[in-house]
Write a protein that binds this ligand. Structure first.
Ligand SMILES: *Cc1c(COP(=O)(O)O)cnc(C)c1O
Length: 393
Protein backbone atom coordinates (compact mmCIF):
# COMPACT_ATOMS: atom_id res chain seq x y z
CA UNK A 1 0.00 0.00 0.00
CA UNK A 2 1.47 3.34 -1.07
CA UNK A 3 1.43 6.10 1.47
CA UNK A 4 2.12 9.59 0.21
CA UNK A 5 2.44 11.72 3.27
CA UNK A 6 2.25 15.40 2.52
CA UNK A 7 5.05 17.69 3.63
CA UNK A 8 4.36 19.64 6.82
CA UNK A 9 4.45 22.90 4.88
CA UNK A 10 1.43 21.80 2.87
CA UNK A 11 -0.32 20.13 5.79
CA UNK A 12 0.05 23.37 7.76
CA UNK A 13 -1.65 25.51 5.12
CA UNK A 14 -5.05 26.83 6.14
CA UNK A 15 -7.89 25.89 3.76
CA UNK A 16 -8.13 28.44 0.94
CA UNK A 17 -11.01 30.72 1.80
CA UNK A 18 -12.64 30.88 -1.59
CA UNK A 19 -12.67 27.11 -1.98
CA UNK A 20 -15.16 26.92 0.91
CA UNK A 21 -17.30 29.65 -0.58
CA UNK A 22 -17.30 28.02 -3.97
CA UNK A 23 -18.57 24.82 -2.37
CA UNK A 24 -21.44 26.69 -0.67
CA UNK A 25 -22.38 28.33 -3.97
CA UNK A 26 -22.35 24.98 -5.76
CA UNK A 27 -24.66 23.45 -3.16
CA UNK A 28 -27.22 26.25 -3.47
CA UNK A 29 -27.09 26.14 -7.27
CA UNK A 30 -27.73 22.42 -7.15
CA UNK A 31 -30.89 23.22 -5.22
CA UNK A 32 -31.89 25.40 -8.17
CA UNK A 33 -31.37 28.73 -6.38
CA UNK A 34 -30.28 31.77 -8.42
CA UNK A 35 -27.24 32.58 -6.32
CA UNK A 36 -25.87 36.13 -6.32
CA UNK A 37 -22.26 36.09 -5.22
CA UNK A 38 -20.93 39.24 -3.63
CA UNK A 39 -18.03 37.10 -2.50
CA UNK A 40 -15.22 37.08 -4.97
CA UNK A 41 -13.14 40.10 -5.89
CA UNK A 42 -12.51 39.57 -9.57
CA UNK A 43 -13.33 42.26 -12.17
CA UNK A 44 -16.35 41.25 -14.24
CA UNK A 45 -15.74 43.70 -17.07
CA UNK A 46 -13.69 42.76 -20.14
CA UNK A 47 -10.02 43.60 -20.70
CA UNK A 48 -9.85 46.78 -22.84
CA UNK A 49 -9.83 46.03 -26.55
CA UNK A 50 -6.47 47.60 -27.41
CA UNK A 51 -4.83 45.26 -24.89
CA UNK A 52 -6.55 42.19 -26.32
CA UNK A 53 -5.56 43.30 -29.85
CA UNK A 54 -1.91 43.57 -28.82
CA UNK A 55 -2.01 40.03 -27.41
CA UNK A 56 -3.40 38.72 -30.69
CA UNK A 57 -0.75 40.47 -32.73
CA UNK A 58 2.13 39.37 -30.49
CA UNK A 59 0.82 35.82 -30.24
CA UNK A 60 1.37 35.46 -34.01
CA UNK A 61 5.09 36.16 -33.75
CA UNK A 62 7.43 33.17 -33.59
CA UNK A 63 9.98 35.04 -31.49
CA UNK A 64 7.41 35.21 -28.69
CA UNK A 65 6.90 31.45 -28.65
CA UNK A 66 10.12 30.56 -26.87
CA UNK A 67 11.01 30.75 -23.20
CA UNK A 68 10.96 34.34 -22.03
CA UNK A 69 13.43 35.76 -19.50
CA UNK A 70 12.38 34.79 -15.97
CA UNK A 71 12.73 38.40 -14.79
CA UNK A 72 10.73 39.73 -17.74
CA UNK A 73 11.44 41.74 -20.88
CA UNK A 74 13.31 44.97 -20.32
CA UNK A 75 10.62 46.83 -22.26
CA UNK A 76 7.97 45.62 -19.80
CA UNK A 77 10.12 46.59 -16.81
CA UNK A 78 10.72 49.95 -18.51
CA UNK A 79 6.95 50.41 -18.86
CA UNK A 80 6.58 49.75 -15.11
CA UNK A 81 9.35 52.29 -14.38
CA UNK A 82 7.67 54.85 -16.66
CA UNK A 83 4.35 54.23 -14.90
CA UNK A 84 6.00 54.85 -11.50
CA UNK A 85 7.60 58.07 -12.75
CA UNK A 86 4.40 59.41 -14.25
CA UNK A 87 1.95 58.22 -11.63
CA UNK A 88 3.95 58.53 -8.40
CA UNK A 89 7.01 60.63 -9.29
CA UNK A 90 9.17 57.64 -8.26
CA UNK A 91 12.40 56.89 -10.19
CA UNK A 92 13.15 53.21 -10.78
CA UNK A 93 15.99 51.58 -12.68
CA UNK A 94 14.13 49.04 -14.83
CA UNK A 95 17.20 46.76 -14.99
CA UNK A 96 17.85 46.40 -11.29
CA UNK A 97 14.77 47.68 -9.48
CA UNK A 98 11.88 45.98 -11.28
CA UNK A 99 11.13 42.28 -11.69
CA UNK A 100 8.22 40.88 -13.71
CA UNK A 101 5.89 38.52 -11.87
CA UNK A 102 3.32 35.98 -13.03
CA UNK A 103 0.72 38.06 -11.20
CA UNK A 104 1.70 39.89 -8.05
CA UNK A 105 0.31 36.94 -6.05
CA UNK A 106 3.17 34.83 -7.37
CA UNK A 107 5.76 37.27 -6.01
CA UNK A 108 3.90 37.71 -2.72
CA UNK A 109 3.95 33.95 -2.30
CA UNK A 110 7.61 33.62 -3.29
CA UNK A 111 9.15 36.55 -1.39
CA UNK A 112 8.92 34.53 1.83
CA UNK A 113 11.13 31.89 0.22
CA UNK A 114 13.76 34.53 -0.43
CA UNK A 115 14.03 35.91 3.09
CA UNK A 116 12.51 33.56 5.64
CA UNK A 117 14.08 30.49 7.18
CA UNK A 118 12.05 27.96 9.14
CA UNK A 119 10.95 29.52 12.43
CA UNK A 120 11.51 33.13 11.29
CA UNK A 121 8.84 35.67 12.18
CA UNK A 122 6.93 37.70 9.61
CA UNK A 123 4.37 40.39 10.44
CA UNK A 124 1.12 40.03 8.51
CA UNK A 125 -1.92 42.27 8.63
CA UNK A 126 -5.02 40.76 10.26
CA UNK A 127 -7.48 40.89 8.59
CA UNK A 128 -5.45 40.49 5.42
CA UNK A 129 -4.99 38.90 2.03
CA UNK A 130 -4.42 35.21 2.87
CA UNK A 131 -1.36 34.84 0.59
CA UNK A 132 0.90 36.78 3.00
CA UNK A 133 0.66 34.12 5.69
CA UNK A 134 0.25 31.28 3.18
CA UNK A 135 3.60 32.01 1.53
CA UNK A 136 5.25 32.40 4.91
CA UNK A 137 3.87 29.06 6.16
CA UNK A 138 5.15 27.36 3.00
CA UNK A 139 8.60 28.72 3.83
CA UNK A 140 8.28 27.26 7.36
CA UNK A 141 8.10 30.72 8.89
CA UNK A 142 5.77 31.98 11.61
CA UNK A 143 3.26 34.69 10.71
CA UNK A 144 2.58 37.12 13.55
CA UNK A 145 -0.82 38.78 13.15
CA UNK A 146 -0.77 42.58 13.34
CA UNK A 147 -4.33 43.55 14.21
CA UNK A 148 -5.91 46.24 12.05
CA UNK A 149 -8.46 47.93 14.29
CA UNK A 150 -11.44 49.83 13.02
CA UNK A 151 -10.88 52.64 15.54
CA UNK A 152 -7.40 53.08 14.03
CA UNK A 153 -8.73 53.25 10.47
CA UNK A 154 -7.64 49.62 9.90
CA UNK A 155 -4.00 50.70 10.06
CA UNK A 156 -1.32 49.02 12.15
CA UNK A 157 -0.26 50.70 15.35
CA UNK A 158 3.43 49.83 15.53
CA UNK A 159 3.60 50.78 19.21
CA UNK A 160 1.26 47.83 19.94
CA UNK A 161 3.71 45.27 18.55
CA UNK A 162 5.73 43.79 21.44
CA UNK A 163 9.40 44.83 21.22
CA UNK A 164 10.67 41.25 21.20
CA UNK A 165 8.38 40.40 18.28
CA UNK A 166 9.45 43.51 16.36
CA UNK A 167 13.12 42.68 16.97
CA UNK A 168 12.66 39.09 15.85
CA UNK A 169 10.62 39.87 12.73
CA UNK A 170 12.54 39.67 9.46
CA UNK A 171 9.84 40.77 7.10
CA UNK A 172 6.42 42.43 7.09
CA UNK A 173 3.52 42.86 4.71
CA UNK A 174 1.30 45.91 4.44
CA UNK A 175 -1.43 46.62 1.91
CA UNK A 176 -3.08 49.99 1.14
CA UNK A 177 -5.59 50.51 -0.37
CA UNK A 178 -6.49 47.51 1.74
CA UNK A 179 -8.16 44.25 0.94
CA UNK A 180 -10.49 43.37 2.67
CA UNK A 181 -11.23 46.58 4.64
CA UNK A 182 -11.11 49.16 1.83
CA UNK A 183 -8.98 51.33 4.14
CA UNK A 184 -6.44 53.76 2.70
CA UNK A 185 -3.10 54.98 4.01
CA UNK A 186 -1.43 58.34 3.90
CA UNK A 187 2.27 59.17 3.63
CA UNK A 188 2.45 59.43 7.40
CA UNK A 189 1.76 55.70 7.78
CA UNK A 190 4.35 54.86 5.13
CA UNK A 191 6.92 57.07 6.86
CA UNK A 192 6.15 55.43 10.21
CA UNK A 193 6.57 52.08 8.48
CA UNK A 194 10.00 53.03 7.13
CA UNK A 195 11.06 54.20 10.61
CA UNK A 196 9.74 51.01 12.26
CA UNK A 197 11.48 48.86 9.64
CA UNK A 198 14.80 50.68 10.04
CA UNK A 199 14.67 50.48 13.82
CA UNK A 200 14.00 46.74 13.77
CA UNK A 201 15.78 45.74 10.57
CA UNK A 202 12.66 44.46 8.83
CA UNK A 203 12.10 44.06 5.10
CA UNK A 204 8.84 45.80 4.10
CA UNK A 205 6.67 44.31 1.37
CA UNK A 206 3.93 46.71 0.37
CA UNK A 207 1.09 45.37 -1.74
CA UNK A 208 -0.32 48.13 -3.95
CA UNK A 209 -2.66 46.00 -6.07
CA UNK A 210 -5.47 48.59 -5.72
CA UNK A 211 -3.54 51.82 -6.35
CA UNK A 212 -5.70 52.68 -9.38
CA UNK A 213 -9.11 51.77 -7.95
CA UNK A 214 -10.06 54.85 -5.93
CA UNK A 215 -12.99 57.26 -5.68
CA UNK A 216 -13.96 60.86 -5.01
CA UNK A 217 -10.75 62.17 -6.61
CA UNK A 218 -8.52 60.29 -4.14
CA UNK A 219 -5.19 59.08 -5.62
CA UNK A 220 -3.54 56.35 -3.52
CA UNK A 221 0.22 56.83 -3.08
CA UNK A 222 3.04 54.35 -3.62
CA UNK A 223 4.99 53.15 -0.59
CA UNK A 224 8.11 53.95 -2.63
CA UNK A 225 7.23 57.65 -2.43
CA UNK A 226 8.08 57.59 1.29
CA UNK A 227 11.58 58.79 2.12
CA UNK A 228 13.91 55.82 2.60
CA UNK A 229 11.30 53.28 1.44
CA UNK A 230 13.53 51.84 -1.27
CA UNK A 231 16.20 51.13 1.36
CA UNK A 232 13.85 48.95 3.39
CA UNK A 233 11.50 47.37 0.95
CA UNK A 234 9.67 46.61 -2.22
CA UNK A 235 6.22 47.18 -3.59
CA UNK A 236 4.06 44.69 -5.44
CA UNK A 237 1.87 45.93 -8.24
CA UNK A 238 -0.31 44.51 -10.93
CA UNK A 239 -2.28 45.19 -14.08
CA UNK A 240 -4.95 42.73 -12.87
CA UNK A 241 -7.34 45.09 -11.14
CA UNK A 242 -6.98 48.33 -13.21
CA UNK A 243 -7.23 46.66 -16.62
CA UNK A 244 -9.48 43.67 -15.82
CA UNK A 245 -6.58 41.30 -16.46
CA UNK A 246 -6.78 38.92 -13.49
CA UNK A 247 -6.72 35.90 -15.78
CA UNK A 248 -3.65 37.04 -17.69
CA UNK A 249 -1.27 36.69 -14.74
CA UNK A 250 1.17 39.54 -14.89
CA UNK A 251 2.45 41.96 -12.25
CA UNK A 252 5.70 43.25 -10.78
CA UNK A 253 7.80 43.88 -7.72
CA UNK A 254 9.78 47.12 -7.56
CA UNK A 255 12.16 48.68 -5.08
CA UNK A 256 15.32 47.56 -3.25
CA UNK A 257 17.63 46.11 -5.94
CA UNK A 258 18.91 43.26 -3.75
CA UNK A 259 15.38 42.14 -2.99
CA UNK A 260 14.38 42.42 -6.64
CA UNK A 261 17.46 40.36 -7.52
CA UNK A 262 16.64 37.70 -4.92
CA UNK A 263 13.11 37.31 -6.27
CA UNK A 264 14.46 37.09 -9.82
CA UNK A 265 16.98 34.40 -8.85
CA UNK A 266 14.34 32.39 -7.03
CA UNK A 267 12.03 32.65 -10.02
CA UNK A 268 14.70 31.46 -12.42
CA UNK A 269 14.59 28.20 -10.44
CA UNK A 270 10.84 27.71 -10.38
CA UNK A 271 9.37 29.35 -13.46
CA UNK A 272 10.51 30.76 -16.78
CA UNK A 273 8.69 34.06 -16.77
CA UNK A 274 5.45 35.09 -18.42
CA UNK A 275 4.55 34.61 -22.11
CA UNK A 276 6.03 37.59 -23.96
CA UNK A 277 2.79 38.32 -25.80
CA UNK A 278 1.19 38.91 -22.39
CA UNK A 279 4.07 41.18 -21.39
CA UNK A 280 3.53 43.21 -24.58
CA UNK A 281 -0.19 43.42 -23.85
CA UNK A 282 0.50 44.60 -20.28
CA UNK A 283 2.81 47.32 -21.68
CA UNK A 284 -0.16 48.57 -23.72
CA UNK A 285 -2.23 48.63 -20.56
CA UNK A 286 0.31 50.66 -18.60
CA UNK A 287 1.31 53.05 -21.39
CA UNK A 288 -1.80 53.20 -23.60
CA UNK A 289 -5.01 55.21 -23.26
CA UNK A 290 -6.47 55.14 -19.75
CA UNK A 291 -10.12 55.84 -20.56
CA UNK A 292 -11.15 52.22 -19.97
CA UNK A 293 -9.65 52.42 -16.48
CA UNK A 294 -11.60 55.59 -15.81
CA UNK A 295 -14.79 53.89 -16.98
CA UNK A 296 -14.04 50.94 -14.68
CA UNK A 297 -13.64 53.19 -11.68
CA UNK A 298 -16.86 55.07 -12.57
CA UNK A 299 -18.69 51.75 -12.76
CA UNK A 300 -17.37 50.62 -9.36
CA UNK A 301 -18.30 54.02 -8.01
CA UNK A 302 -21.95 53.59 -9.07
CA UNK A 303 -22.02 50.11 -7.57
CA UNK A 304 -20.44 51.40 -4.38
CA UNK A 305 -23.36 53.80 -4.08
CA UNK A 306 -25.89 50.97 -4.54
CA UNK A 307 -24.18 48.93 -1.80
CA UNK A 308 -23.80 51.78 0.66
CA UNK A 309 -27.43 52.88 0.11
CA UNK A 310 -28.60 49.26 0.39
CA UNK A 311 -26.74 48.75 3.66
CA UNK A 312 -28.09 52.01 5.05
CA UNK A 313 -31.64 51.01 4.15
CA UNK A 314 -31.12 47.80 6.12
CA UNK A 315 -30.05 49.81 9.15
CA UNK A 316 -26.28 49.90 8.87
CA UNK A 317 -24.39 53.04 9.65
CA UNK A 318 -21.62 52.90 7.09
CA UNK A 319 -19.13 55.15 5.32
CA UNK A 320 -18.20 54.71 1.67
CA UNK A 321 -14.75 53.20 1.17
CA UNK A 322 -12.34 55.56 -0.60
CA UNK A 323 -10.65 52.83 -2.63
CA UNK A 324 -10.68 49.15 -3.68
CA UNK A 325 -13.78 47.36 -4.90
CA UNK A 326 -14.73 46.10 -1.44
CA UNK A 327 -17.08 47.21 1.28
CA UNK A 328 -16.18 45.90 4.75
CA UNK A 329 -19.07 45.77 7.16
CA UNK A 330 -19.76 44.76 10.77
CA UNK A 331 -22.16 41.85 11.20
CA UNK A 332 -25.40 42.61 13.07
CA UNK A 333 -25.76 41.80 16.78
CA UNK A 334 -26.10 38.15 17.66
CA UNK A 335 -24.13 36.83 14.70
CA UNK A 336 -20.59 35.71 14.02
CA UNK A 337 -19.05 36.26 10.57
CA UNK A 338 -19.76 32.67 9.60
CA UNK A 339 -23.27 32.47 11.06
CA UNK A 340 -24.29 35.72 9.34
CA UNK A 341 -22.89 34.59 5.97
CA UNK A 342 -24.79 31.32 6.34
CA UNK A 343 -27.97 33.12 7.41
CA UNK A 344 -27.80 35.44 4.38
CA UNK A 345 -27.17 32.70 1.85
CA UNK A 346 -29.88 30.56 3.38
CA UNK A 347 -32.56 33.28 3.43
CA UNK A 348 -31.66 35.07 0.21
CA UNK A 349 -29.25 33.07 -1.96
CA UNK A 350 -26.80 35.97 -1.65
CA UNK A 351 -23.18 35.12 -0.91
CA UNK A 352 -21.11 37.45 1.25
CA UNK A 353 -17.59 36.72 2.42
CA UNK A 354 -17.22 36.07 6.16
CA UNK A 355 -14.52 38.36 7.52
CA UNK A 356 -13.06 35.56 9.62
CA UNK A 357 -11.60 34.10 6.42
CA UNK A 358 -9.12 36.99 6.45
CA UNK A 359 -7.77 36.25 9.90
CA UNK A 360 -8.96 36.24 13.50
CA UNK A 361 -9.47 39.98 13.58
CA UNK A 362 -11.80 39.74 10.60
CA UNK A 363 -14.29 38.07 12.94
CA UNK A 364 -17.37 40.24 13.34
CA UNK A 365 -17.20 41.54 9.77
CA UNK A 366 -18.14 40.56 6.25
CA UNK A 367 -16.98 41.73 2.84
CA UNK A 368 -19.00 42.70 -0.21
CA UNK A 369 -17.32 42.92 -3.63
CA UNK A 370 -18.33 45.46 -6.25
CA UNK A 371 -17.44 43.14 -9.12
CA UNK A 372 -20.97 42.35 -10.25
CA UNK A 373 -23.42 44.51 -12.22
CA UNK A 374 -25.40 47.19 -10.44
CA UNK A 375 -28.72 45.49 -11.23
CA UNK A 376 -27.58 42.28 -9.55
CA UNK A 377 -26.33 44.22 -6.54
CA UNK A 378 -29.69 45.94 -6.32
CA UNK A 379 -31.46 42.58 -6.59
CA UNK A 380 -29.26 41.23 -3.77
CA UNK A 381 -30.27 44.12 -1.53
CA UNK A 382 -33.94 43.80 -2.48
CA UNK A 383 -33.82 40.18 -1.42
CA UNK A 384 -32.09 41.05 1.83
CA UNK A 385 -34.69 43.74 2.55
CA UNK A 386 -37.50 41.29 1.97
CA UNK A 387 -36.09 38.26 3.72
CA UNK A 388 -33.57 39.08 6.43
CA UNK A 389 -36.05 40.33 8.99
CA UNK A 390 -35.14 42.94 11.57
CA UNK A 391 -31.42 43.23 12.20
CA UNK A 392 -30.01 44.69 15.41
CA UNK A 393 -26.85 46.74 15.54
C1 LIG B 1 -6.01 40.73 -6.29
C2 LIG B 1 -4.94 40.93 -5.28
C3 LIG B 1 -3.59 40.71 -5.59
C4 LIG B 1 -3.10 39.84 -6.71
O1 LIG B 1 -3.25 40.17 -7.94
P1 LIG B 1 -2.52 39.43 -9.12
O2 LIG B 1 -3.63 39.11 -10.05
O3 LIG B 1 -1.82 38.20 -8.64
O4 LIG B 1 -1.56 40.44 -9.63
C5 LIG B 1 -2.63 41.03 -4.66
N1 LIG B 1 -2.96 41.54 -3.48
C6 LIG B 1 -4.23 41.77 -3.13
C7 LIG B 1 -4.51 42.33 -1.81
C8 LIG B 1 -5.26 41.45 -4.01
O5 LIG B 1 -6.51 41.62 -3.62
Amino acid sequence: MLNFEQADRVKNLPPYLFARIEKLIAEKREEGIDVISLGIGDPDMPTPEHIVEELKEQAEKTENHQYPSSVGMLSYRQAVADFYKKRFGVELDPKSEVVTLIGSKEGIGHISWCYLNPGDVVLVPDPGYPVYSGGAILAGAKPYAVTLKEENGFKPNYADIPTDVAKKAKMMFINYPNNPTGAVADMKLFEETVAFAKENNILVCHDNAYSEIAFDGYRPPSFLEAKGAKEVGIEFGSVSKPYNMTGWRIGWAAGHPEVVDALGRLKSNVDSGQFQAIQYAAIKGLTGPQDALKKNVDTYDERRQVVVDGLKSLGWNIESPKATFYVWVQVPKGFTSASFAEYVIDKTGVVITPGSGYGESGEGYFRISLTIPKERLQEAFDRMKNSLGKLEF
